[in-house]
Design a binder for this molecule. Structure first.
Ligand SMILES: NC(=O)c1ccc[n+]([C@@H]2O[C@H](COP(=O)([O-])OP(=O)(O)OC[C@H]3O[C@@H](n4cnc5c(N)ncnc54)[C@H](O)[C@@H]3O)[C@@H](O)[C@H]2O)c1
Length: 443
Protein backbone atom coordinates (compact mmCIF):
# COMPACT_ATOMS: atom_id res chain seq x y z
CA UNK A 1 0.00 0.00 0.00
CA UNK A 2 1.08 3.61 -0.59
CA UNK A 3 3.26 5.03 2.21
CA UNK A 4 0.96 7.90 3.09
CA UNK A 5 -2.15 5.77 3.47
CA UNK A 6 -3.70 5.47 6.89
CA UNK A 7 -5.16 2.07 7.61
CA UNK A 8 -8.57 2.58 9.11
CA UNK A 9 -9.51 -1.09 9.35
CA UNK A 10 -13.19 -0.66 8.74
CA UNK A 11 -13.77 -4.39 8.76
CA UNK A 12 -11.78 -7.17 10.33
CA UNK A 13 -10.32 -9.40 7.63
CA UNK A 14 -8.76 -12.70 8.66
CA UNK A 15 -5.28 -13.17 7.13
CA UNK A 16 -4.84 -15.17 3.92
CA UNK A 17 -2.34 -17.52 5.52
CA UNK A 18 -1.96 -21.15 4.46
CA UNK A 19 -3.13 -22.93 1.34
CA UNK A 20 -6.35 -22.14 -0.49
CA UNK A 21 -7.95 -25.16 -2.21
CA UNK A 22 -9.97 -24.36 -5.34
CA UNK A 23 -12.52 -27.11 -5.89
CA UNK A 24 -14.08 -27.29 -9.33
CA UNK A 25 -17.01 -29.40 -10.49
CA UNK A 26 -16.31 -29.86 -14.22
CA UNK A 27 -12.72 -30.31 -15.42
CA UNK A 28 -13.36 -29.13 -18.97
CA UNK A 29 -12.15 -26.32 -21.21
CA UNK A 30 -12.58 -23.40 -18.81
CA UNK A 31 -11.25 -25.03 -15.66
CA UNK A 32 -8.21 -26.63 -17.28
CA UNK A 33 -7.37 -23.34 -19.02
CA UNK A 34 -7.62 -21.64 -15.64
CA UNK A 35 -5.47 -24.20 -13.80
CA UNK A 36 -2.86 -24.40 -16.58
CA UNK A 37 -2.75 -20.60 -16.65
CA UNK A 38 -2.12 -20.28 -12.92
CA UNK A 39 0.64 -22.91 -13.14
CA UNK A 40 2.19 -21.03 -16.09
CA UNK A 41 2.04 -17.70 -14.24
CA UNK A 42 3.54 -19.29 -11.10
CA UNK A 43 6.48 -20.48 -13.21
CA UNK A 44 6.98 -17.08 -14.79
CA UNK A 45 5.99 -18.43 -18.23
CA UNK A 46 3.05 -16.10 -18.91
CA UNK A 47 1.12 -13.08 -17.66
CA UNK A 48 -2.30 -13.29 -15.95
CA UNK A 49 -3.92 -11.06 -18.57
CA UNK A 50 -7.61 -10.40 -17.91
CA UNK A 51 -7.38 -10.76 -14.13
CA UNK A 52 -8.31 -7.74 -12.04
CA UNK A 53 -6.91 -9.24 -8.86
CA UNK A 54 -3.50 -9.71 -10.47
CA UNK A 55 -3.14 -6.67 -12.72
CA UNK A 56 -5.50 -3.89 -11.69
CA UNK A 57 -4.77 -0.96 -9.44
CA UNK A 58 -7.30 0.82 -7.25
CA UNK A 59 -7.34 4.56 -6.79
CA UNK A 60 -7.55 5.73 -3.17
CA UNK A 61 -8.41 9.21 -1.92
CA UNK A 62 -8.30 12.27 -4.14
CA UNK A 63 -6.98 12.27 -7.70
CA UNK A 64 -4.18 14.54 -6.46
CA UNK A 65 -3.10 12.04 -3.78
CA UNK A 66 -1.39 9.69 -6.24
CA UNK A 67 -2.34 6.60 -4.30
CA UNK A 68 -3.09 3.72 -6.65
CA UNK A 69 -1.88 0.44 -5.16
CA UNK A 70 -2.38 -2.88 -6.87
CA UNK A 71 -5.60 -4.54 -5.69
CA UNK A 72 -3.58 -7.57 -4.59
CA UNK A 73 -1.46 -5.33 -2.33
CA UNK A 74 -4.44 -3.38 -1.02
CA UNK A 75 -6.58 -6.28 0.22
CA UNK A 76 -5.14 -9.51 1.64
CA UNK A 77 -5.66 -12.05 -1.16
CA UNK A 78 -4.37 -15.61 -1.30
CA UNK A 79 -1.15 -15.80 -3.32
CA UNK A 80 -1.04 -17.84 -6.51
CA UNK A 81 1.70 -19.99 -4.94
CA UNK A 82 -0.78 -20.95 -2.21
CA UNK A 83 -3.48 -22.25 -4.58
CA UNK A 84 -4.11 -25.98 -4.95
CA UNK A 85 -6.69 -27.45 -7.31
CA UNK A 86 -9.10 -30.34 -7.24
CA UNK A 87 -12.21 -31.26 -9.17
CA UNK A 88 -14.87 -33.67 -10.27
CA UNK A 89 -15.82 -34.81 -13.75
CA UNK A 90 -17.87 -37.55 -15.37
CA UNK A 91 -14.84 -38.37 -17.53
CA UNK A 92 -11.69 -39.93 -16.05
CA UNK A 93 -9.22 -37.74 -17.97
CA UNK A 94 -6.62 -35.93 -15.90
CA UNK A 95 -6.53 -32.15 -16.19
CA UNK A 96 -3.67 -32.58 -18.67
CA UNK A 97 -5.64 -34.94 -20.93
CA UNK A 98 -8.75 -32.82 -20.65
CA UNK A 99 -6.81 -29.67 -21.57
CA UNK A 100 -5.39 -31.48 -24.62
CA UNK A 101 -8.92 -32.52 -25.63
CA UNK A 102 -10.29 -29.04 -25.14
CA UNK A 103 -7.66 -27.72 -27.54
CA UNK A 104 -7.61 -24.22 -26.07
CA UNK A 105 -3.93 -24.05 -25.15
CA UNK A 106 -1.16 -25.13 -27.46
CA UNK A 107 0.32 -28.60 -27.03
CA UNK A 108 3.82 -27.20 -26.57
CA UNK A 109 2.63 -24.94 -23.78
CA UNK A 110 0.74 -27.79 -22.10
CA UNK A 111 3.83 -29.99 -22.32
CA UNK A 112 5.64 -27.55 -20.04
CA UNK A 113 2.84 -27.91 -17.49
CA UNK A 114 2.32 -31.64 -17.84
CA UNK A 115 3.45 -32.53 -14.34
CA UNK A 116 1.05 -30.39 -12.26
CA UNK A 117 -1.83 -31.00 -14.68
CA UNK A 118 -1.41 -34.77 -14.74
CA UNK A 119 -1.51 -34.81 -10.95
CA UNK A 120 -5.12 -33.56 -11.03
CA UNK A 121 -7.42 -36.54 -11.41
CA UNK A 122 -11.14 -35.87 -11.27
CA UNK A 123 -13.08 -37.28 -8.37
CA UNK A 124 -16.24 -39.20 -9.26
CA UNK A 125 -19.02 -36.81 -10.22
CA UNK A 126 -22.62 -36.47 -9.08
CA UNK A 127 -24.37 -36.54 -12.43
CA UNK A 128 -27.88 -36.92 -13.80
CA UNK A 129 -28.39 -37.08 -17.53
CA UNK A 130 -31.83 -35.54 -17.18
CA UNK A 131 -29.96 -32.30 -16.50
CA UNK A 132 -27.27 -32.52 -19.22
CA UNK A 133 -28.62 -34.51 -22.12
CA UNK A 134 -25.82 -34.53 -24.66
CA UNK A 135 -22.99 -36.09 -22.66
CA UNK A 136 -22.49 -39.16 -20.50
CA UNK A 137 -19.42 -40.59 -18.81
CA UNK A 138 -18.23 -43.41 -16.54
CA UNK A 139 -16.74 -41.46 -13.62
CA UNK A 140 -19.91 -41.04 -11.55
CA UNK A 141 -20.98 -41.80 -8.00
CA UNK A 142 -23.55 -44.47 -7.31
CA UNK A 143 -25.75 -44.40 -4.21
CA UNK A 144 -29.30 -45.14 -3.11
CA UNK A 145 -30.29 -41.48 -2.91
CA UNK A 146 -29.03 -37.96 -3.43
CA UNK A 147 -28.44 -37.37 0.27
CA UNK A 148 -25.91 -40.21 0.20
CA UNK A 149 -24.30 -38.60 -2.85
CA UNK A 150 -24.12 -35.28 -0.99
CA UNK A 151 -22.41 -37.09 1.91
CA UNK A 152 -19.92 -38.61 -0.56
CA UNK A 153 -19.13 -35.10 -1.87
CA UNK A 154 -18.67 -33.89 1.71
CA UNK A 155 -16.20 -36.74 2.26
CA UNK A 156 -14.38 -35.78 -0.98
CA UNK A 157 -14.13 -32.18 0.20
CA UNK A 158 -12.83 -33.07 3.65
CA UNK A 159 -10.34 -35.60 2.24
CA UNK A 160 -9.06 -33.00 -0.21
CA UNK A 161 -8.74 -30.44 2.58
CA UNK A 162 -6.71 -32.85 4.71
CA UNK A 163 -4.51 -34.34 1.99
CA UNK A 164 -3.56 -30.92 0.64
CA UNK A 165 -3.25 -29.27 4.02
CA UNK A 166 -5.65 -26.49 3.01
CA UNK A 167 -6.41 -23.67 5.41
CA UNK A 168 -9.49 -22.72 3.38
CA UNK A 169 -11.46 -23.87 0.34
CA UNK A 170 -13.66 -22.30 -2.33
CA UNK A 171 -15.81 -24.00 -4.97
CA UNK A 172 -16.34 -22.62 -8.49
CA UNK A 173 -18.81 -24.46 -10.75
CA UNK A 174 -17.25 -24.94 -14.19
CA UNK A 175 -19.43 -27.92 -15.15
CA UNK A 176 -21.85 -28.07 -18.06
CA UNK A 177 -24.97 -25.96 -18.35
CA UNK A 178 -27.95 -27.80 -16.88
CA UNK A 179 -31.47 -27.90 -18.28
CA UNK A 180 -33.61 -24.88 -17.39
CA UNK A 181 -35.65 -25.32 -14.19
CA UNK A 182 -37.56 -22.90 -12.00
CA UNK A 183 -37.52 -23.17 -8.20
CA UNK A 184 -39.87 -25.96 -7.04
CA UNK A 185 -41.48 -26.73 -3.65
CA UNK A 186 -38.38 -28.71 -2.60
CA UNK A 187 -36.36 -25.46 -2.92
CA UNK A 188 -38.51 -23.40 -0.57
CA UNK A 189 -36.60 -24.16 2.64
CA UNK A 190 -33.74 -26.30 3.87
CA UNK A 191 -35.93 -29.00 5.44
CA UNK A 192 -37.81 -29.47 2.15
CA UNK A 193 -34.51 -29.55 0.27
CA UNK A 194 -33.01 -32.19 2.55
CA UNK A 195 -36.18 -34.27 2.28
CA UNK A 196 -35.89 -33.88 -1.50
CA UNK A 197 -32.30 -35.17 -1.37
CA UNK A 198 -33.46 -38.22 0.56
CA UNK A 199 -36.32 -39.07 -1.78
CA UNK A 200 -34.48 -38.19 -5.02
CA UNK A 201 -36.78 -35.31 -5.93
CA UNK A 202 -36.22 -34.84 -9.69
CA UNK A 203 -36.27 -31.05 -9.23
CA UNK A 204 -32.90 -31.14 -7.43
CA UNK A 205 -30.09 -30.67 -9.94
CA UNK A 206 -26.59 -32.13 -9.51
CA UNK A 207 -25.14 -28.60 -9.21
CA UNK A 208 -27.38 -28.07 -6.18
CA UNK A 209 -26.00 -31.20 -4.53
CA UNK A 210 -22.46 -29.83 -4.97
CA UNK A 211 -23.54 -26.43 -3.61
CA UNK A 212 -25.23 -28.06 -0.62
CA UNK A 213 -22.11 -30.13 0.13
CA UNK A 214 -19.86 -27.08 -0.22
CA UNK A 215 -21.94 -24.89 2.09
CA UNK A 216 -22.26 -27.69 4.66
CA UNK A 217 -18.43 -27.89 4.70
CA UNK A 218 -18.00 -24.12 5.10
CA UNK A 219 -16.93 -23.59 1.50
CA UNK A 220 -18.09 -20.52 -0.51
CA UNK A 221 -19.79 -21.37 -3.82
CA UNK A 222 -19.52 -19.45 -7.12
CA UNK A 223 -21.68 -20.45 -10.08
CA UNK A 224 -20.06 -20.08 -13.51
CA UNK A 225 -23.00 -21.52 -15.46
CA UNK A 226 -26.57 -20.24 -15.86
CA UNK A 227 -27.84 -23.10 -13.66
CA UNK A 228 -30.44 -22.29 -11.00
CA UNK A 229 -28.25 -23.78 -8.23
CA UNK A 230 -28.09 -21.39 -5.26
CA UNK A 231 -30.81 -19.07 -6.57
CA UNK A 232 -33.29 -20.79 -4.27
CA UNK A 233 -34.50 -19.93 -0.75
CA UNK A 234 -33.24 -23.28 0.62
CA UNK A 235 -29.62 -22.83 -0.41
CA UNK A 236 -29.58 -19.08 0.26
CA UNK A 237 -30.83 -19.74 3.80
CA UNK A 238 -28.12 -22.36 4.22
CA UNK A 239 -25.48 -19.88 3.00
CA UNK A 240 -26.65 -17.22 5.44
CA UNK A 241 -26.96 -19.64 8.37
CA UNK A 242 -23.44 -20.93 7.78
CA UNK A 243 -22.01 -17.45 7.09
CA UNK A 244 -20.97 -18.47 3.60
CA UNK A 245 -20.79 -16.21 0.53
CA UNK A 246 -22.37 -17.34 -2.76
CA UNK A 247 -22.36 -15.68 -6.18
CA UNK A 248 -23.38 -16.26 -9.79
CA UNK A 249 -24.57 -16.78 -12.43
CA UNK A 250 -22.86 -17.51 -15.74
CA UNK A 251 -19.41 -16.04 -16.43
CA UNK A 252 -19.68 -12.85 -18.45
CA UNK A 253 -17.43 -13.43 -21.46
CA UNK A 254 -17.67 -13.07 -25.24
CA UNK A 255 -20.81 -11.67 -26.74
CA UNK A 256 -22.56 -10.70 -23.49
CA UNK A 257 -19.42 -8.95 -22.30
CA UNK A 258 -19.54 -6.89 -25.52
CA UNK A 259 -23.23 -6.18 -24.97
CA UNK A 260 -22.59 -4.77 -21.52
CA UNK A 261 -19.89 -2.53 -23.00
CA UNK A 262 -21.91 -1.21 -25.94
CA UNK A 263 -25.46 -0.95 -24.58
CA UNK A 264 -24.66 1.38 -21.64
CA UNK A 265 -22.77 3.65 -24.06
CA UNK A 266 -25.69 3.93 -26.48
CA UNK A 267 -28.08 4.51 -23.61
CA UNK A 268 -25.79 7.11 -22.03
CA UNK A 269 -26.18 9.18 -25.24
CA UNK A 270 -29.95 8.50 -25.39
CA UNK A 271 -29.69 6.70 -28.72
CA UNK A 272 -32.54 4.33 -29.55
CA UNK A 273 -32.24 0.64 -30.37
CA UNK A 274 -34.77 -1.08 -32.62
CA UNK A 275 -33.18 -4.50 -32.68
CA UNK A 276 -30.17 -6.53 -31.60
CA UNK A 277 -29.51 -9.81 -33.38
CA UNK A 278 -26.73 -11.97 -31.93
CA UNK A 279 -25.53 -15.23 -33.37
CA UNK A 280 -22.57 -17.46 -32.55
CA UNK A 281 -20.77 -20.50 -33.80
CA UNK A 282 -18.70 -22.64 -31.48
CA UNK A 283 -17.55 -26.24 -31.51
CA UNK A 284 -16.43 -27.19 -28.02
CA UNK A 285 -18.16 -29.52 -25.53
CA UNK A 286 -20.02 -26.54 -24.07
CA UNK A 287 -21.44 -25.87 -27.55
CA UNK A 288 -22.45 -29.51 -27.88
CA UNK A 289 -24.30 -29.40 -24.52
CA UNK A 290 -26.03 -26.18 -25.58
CA UNK A 291 -27.43 -27.92 -28.67
CA UNK A 292 -29.96 -29.43 -26.29
CA UNK A 293 -32.98 -27.09 -26.10
CA UNK A 294 -33.25 -27.45 -22.29
CA UNK A 295 -29.64 -26.37 -21.67
CA UNK A 296 -29.94 -23.65 -24.34
CA UNK A 297 -33.01 -22.29 -22.57
CA UNK A 298 -30.90 -21.74 -19.40
CA UNK A 299 -28.32 -19.85 -21.46
CA UNK A 300 -30.89 -17.91 -23.43
CA UNK A 301 -32.54 -16.66 -20.24
CA UNK A 302 -29.28 -15.22 -18.90
CA UNK A 303 -28.23 -13.81 -22.27
CA UNK A 304 -31.59 -12.17 -23.03
CA UNK A 305 -32.08 -10.54 -19.64
CA UNK A 306 -29.02 -8.32 -20.02
CA UNK A 307 -30.34 -5.73 -22.49
CA UNK A 308 -33.68 -5.23 -20.79
CA UNK A 309 -32.03 -4.52 -17.49
CA UNK A 310 -29.48 -2.12 -18.94
CA UNK A 311 -31.85 -0.20 -21.21
CA UNK A 312 -34.83 0.06 -18.82
CA UNK A 313 -37.53 0.22 -21.53
CA UNK A 314 -40.20 1.15 -19.01
CA UNK A 315 -38.27 4.34 -18.19
CA UNK A 316 -37.38 4.99 -21.86
CA UNK A 317 -40.26 3.57 -23.93
CA UNK A 318 -39.57 5.82 -26.94
CA UNK A 319 -36.06 4.43 -27.27
CA UNK A 320 -36.26 0.78 -26.23
CA UNK A 321 -39.86 -0.43 -25.87
CA UNK A 322 -39.97 -2.25 -29.20
CA UNK A 323 -36.44 -3.63 -29.18
CA UNK A 324 -36.32 -7.00 -30.95
CA UNK A 325 -33.61 -9.05 -29.23
CA UNK A 326 -32.58 -12.43 -30.65
CA UNK A 327 -29.78 -14.71 -29.44
CA UNK A 328 -28.65 -17.83 -31.31
CA UNK A 329 -25.92 -20.34 -30.50
CA UNK A 330 -24.96 -22.81 -33.18
CA UNK A 331 -22.74 -25.83 -32.58
CA UNK A 332 -20.17 -25.96 -35.38
CA UNK A 333 -17.44 -28.50 -34.69
CA UNK A 334 -14.49 -27.18 -36.73
CA UNK A 335 -14.31 -24.05 -34.57
CA UNK A 336 -13.62 -25.83 -31.28
CA UNK A 337 -13.23 -23.26 -28.52
CA UNK A 338 -12.57 -20.45 -30.98
CA UNK A 339 -16.03 -19.05 -31.06
CA UNK A 340 -17.15 -16.44 -33.53
CA UNK A 341 -19.98 -14.10 -32.71
CA UNK A 342 -21.83 -11.64 -34.93
CA UNK A 343 -24.00 -8.85 -33.66
CA UNK A 344 -26.18 -6.67 -35.82
CA UNK A 345 -27.48 -3.69 -33.89
CA UNK A 346 -30.16 -1.49 -35.45
CA UNK A 347 -30.00 1.84 -33.70
CA UNK A 348 -31.65 5.19 -34.33
CA UNK A 349 -30.63 8.76 -33.62
CA UNK A 350 -31.79 12.37 -33.94
CA UNK A 351 -35.31 12.52 -35.42
CA UNK A 352 -35.38 8.74 -35.55
CA UNK A 353 -32.86 8.30 -38.41
CA UNK A 354 -31.67 4.66 -38.50
CA UNK A 355 -28.05 3.48 -38.28
CA UNK A 356 -26.40 0.08 -37.88
CA UNK A 357 -23.51 -1.31 -35.89
CA UNK A 358 -21.90 -4.67 -36.76
CA UNK A 359 -19.67 -6.48 -34.31
CA UNK A 360 -17.71 -9.53 -35.36
CA UNK A 361 -15.95 -10.92 -32.29
CA UNK A 362 -13.50 -13.76 -32.91
CA UNK A 363 -12.92 -14.67 -29.31
CA UNK A 364 -11.54 -17.59 -27.36
CA UNK A 365 -14.16 -18.39 -24.80
CA UNK A 366 -12.03 -20.14 -22.26
CA UNK A 367 -9.24 -17.57 -22.53
CA UNK A 368 -11.80 -14.96 -21.46
CA UNK A 369 -13.32 -17.15 -18.75
CA UNK A 370 -10.10 -18.40 -17.05
CA UNK A 371 -9.13 -15.10 -15.36
CA UNK A 372 -12.71 -14.78 -14.11
CA UNK A 373 -12.39 -18.13 -12.35
CA UNK A 374 -9.16 -16.95 -10.72
CA UNK A 375 -10.64 -13.64 -9.55
CA UNK A 376 -13.76 -15.31 -8.22
CA UNK A 377 -11.77 -17.90 -6.27
CA UNK A 378 -9.64 -15.19 -4.66
CA UNK A 379 -12.44 -12.70 -4.03
CA UNK A 380 -14.86 -15.29 -2.64
CA UNK A 381 -12.13 -16.39 -0.25
CA UNK A 382 -11.62 -12.73 0.70
CA UNK A 383 -15.38 -12.30 1.21
CA UNK A 384 -15.43 -15.25 3.55
CA UNK A 385 -12.49 -13.97 5.57
CA UNK A 386 -14.27 -10.62 5.76
CA UNK A 387 -17.37 -12.25 7.24
CA UNK A 388 -19.59 -11.50 4.24
CA UNK A 389 -22.39 -13.99 3.71
CA UNK A 390 -25.19 -14.74 1.28
CA UNK A 391 -25.32 -13.17 -2.20
CA UNK A 392 -22.19 -11.21 -3.14
CA UNK A 393 -23.71 -8.62 -5.42
CA UNK A 394 -20.41 -6.71 -5.63
CA UNK A 395 -19.13 -9.58 -7.79
CA UNK A 396 -21.83 -8.90 -10.46
CA UNK A 397 -18.94 -7.65 -12.62
CA UNK A 398 -18.13 -11.25 -13.51
CA UNK A 399 -21.60 -12.55 -14.39
CA UNK A 400 -24.16 -12.48 -17.19
CA UNK A 401 -27.06 -12.86 -14.76
CA UNK A 402 -25.88 -11.41 -11.44
CA UNK A 403 -27.60 -12.80 -8.37
CA UNK A 404 -29.39 -10.11 -6.39
CA UNK A 405 -31.67 -9.65 -3.39
CA UNK A 406 -35.40 -10.14 -3.99
CA UNK A 407 -37.05 -6.89 -5.05
CA UNK A 408 -33.86 -5.46 -6.55
CA UNK A 409 -33.06 -5.45 -10.24
CA UNK A 410 -29.61 -6.79 -11.13
CA UNK A 411 -26.95 -4.30 -12.17
CA UNK A 412 -25.59 -5.22 -15.64
CA UNK A 413 -23.71 -2.09 -16.65
CA UNK A 414 -20.08 -3.19 -16.46
CA UNK A 415 -18.82 0.24 -15.42
CA UNK A 416 -21.27 0.48 -12.52
CA UNK A 417 -20.33 -3.10 -11.62
CA UNK A 418 -16.64 -2.19 -11.57
CA UNK A 419 -17.28 0.86 -9.41
CA UNK A 420 -19.30 -1.28 -7.01
CA UNK A 421 -16.54 -3.89 -6.83
CA UNK A 422 -13.80 -1.35 -6.17
CA UNK A 423 -15.91 0.61 -3.67
CA UNK A 424 -16.53 -2.63 -1.78
CA UNK A 425 -12.78 -3.17 -1.55
CA UNK A 426 -12.35 0.45 -0.35
CA UNK A 427 -15.09 -0.10 2.22
CA UNK A 428 -13.34 -3.26 3.45
CA UNK A 429 -10.20 -1.24 4.13
CA UNK A 430 -11.90 1.84 5.59
CA UNK A 431 -10.99 4.07 2.64
CA UNK A 432 -13.31 6.81 1.35
CA UNK A 433 -15.72 5.58 -1.32
CA UNK A 434 -15.24 7.27 -4.65
CA UNK A 435 -18.34 9.10 -5.90
CA UNK A 436 -16.73 10.97 -8.82
CA UNK A 437 -18.37 14.19 -7.65
CA UNK A 438 -15.01 15.99 -7.57
CA UNK A 439 -16.29 19.51 -6.71
CA UNK A 440 -13.44 19.93 -4.25
CA UNK A 441 -10.93 20.23 -7.12
CA UNK A 442 -12.66 23.47 -8.21
CA UNK A 443 -13.23 25.17 -4.84
N1 LIG B 1 -16.18 -20.44 -21.75
C1 LIG B 1 -16.89 -19.40 -21.45
O1 LIG B 1 -16.60 -18.30 -21.86
C2 LIG B 1 -18.08 -19.53 -20.56
C3 LIG B 1 -18.81 -18.39 -20.29
C4 LIG B 1 -19.91 -18.47 -19.47
C5 LIG B 1 -20.25 -19.67 -18.90
N2 LIG B 1 -19.56 -20.79 -19.20
C6 LIG B 1 -20.02 -22.03 -18.62
O2 LIG B 1 -18.97 -22.65 -17.93
C7 LIG B 1 -19.20 -24.05 -17.98
C8 LIG B 1 -17.93 -24.74 -18.44
O3 LIG B 1 -17.65 -24.40 -19.78
P1 LIG B 1 -16.58 -25.24 -20.60
O4 LIG B 1 -16.39 -24.56 -21.89
O5 LIG B 1 -15.41 -25.55 -19.74
O6 LIG B 1 -17.41 -26.59 -20.87
P2 LIG B 1 -16.83 -28.08 -21.01
O7 LIG B 1 -17.93 -28.86 -21.61
O8 LIG B 1 -15.50 -28.09 -21.67
O9 LIG B 1 -16.58 -28.52 -19.50
C9 LIG B 1 -17.61 -28.85 -18.63
C10 LIG B 1 -17.23 -30.14 -17.94
O10 LIG B 1 -18.20 -30.39 -16.94
C11 LIG B 1 -18.36 -31.79 -16.86
N3 LIG B 1 -19.59 -32.04 -16.12
C12 LIG B 1 -20.87 -31.93 -16.56
N4 LIG B 1 -21.72 -32.21 -15.56
C13 LIG B 1 -20.96 -32.50 -14.47
C14 LIG B 1 -21.27 -32.83 -13.14
N5 LIG B 1 -22.53 -32.95 -12.73
N6 LIG B 1 -20.24 -33.02 -12.28
C15 LIG B 1 -18.95 -32.89 -12.69
N7 LIG B 1 -18.61 -32.59 -13.95
C16 LIG B 1 -19.60 -32.38 -14.82
C17 LIG B 1 -18.32 -32.26 -18.30
O11 LIG B 1 -18.00 -33.61 -18.39
C18 LIG B 1 -17.23 -31.35 -18.86
O12 LIG B 1 -15.96 -31.96 -18.84
C19 LIG B 1 -20.40 -24.29 -18.89
O13 LIG B 1 -21.56 -24.41 -18.11
C20 LIG B 1 -20.45 -23.02 -19.67
O14 LIG B 1 -21.75 -22.72 -20.15
C21 LIG B 1 -18.46 -20.75 -20.02
Amino acid sequence: MAQNSVQKDNVQIAPASGKLGVLIPGLGAVSTTFIAGVEAVKRGLALPVGSLTQLSTIRLGKRTDNRSPMIKDFVPLAKLEDLVFGGWDIFEDTAYESALNAGVLEKTQLAELKEPLTAIRPMKAVFDQEYVKRINGPNVKKAANNMEKAQMLIEDIERFRKENNCARLVMVWCGSTEVFHRPAPCHQNLAAFEAGLLNNDPEIAPSQIYAYAALMCGVPYANGAPNLTTDTPALLDLARDRHMPVCGKDFKTGQTFMKTLIAPGLKARMLGIAGWYSTNILGNRDGEVLEDPGSFKSKEETKLSVLDQILQPTLYPDLYKDLHHVVRINYYKPRGDQKEGWDNIDIFGWLGYPMQIKVNFLCRDSILAAPIVLDLALLMDLAQRTGMRGIQEWLSFYFKAPMHAPGLYPEHDIFIQLMKLKNTLRWMRGEDLITHLGLEYYD
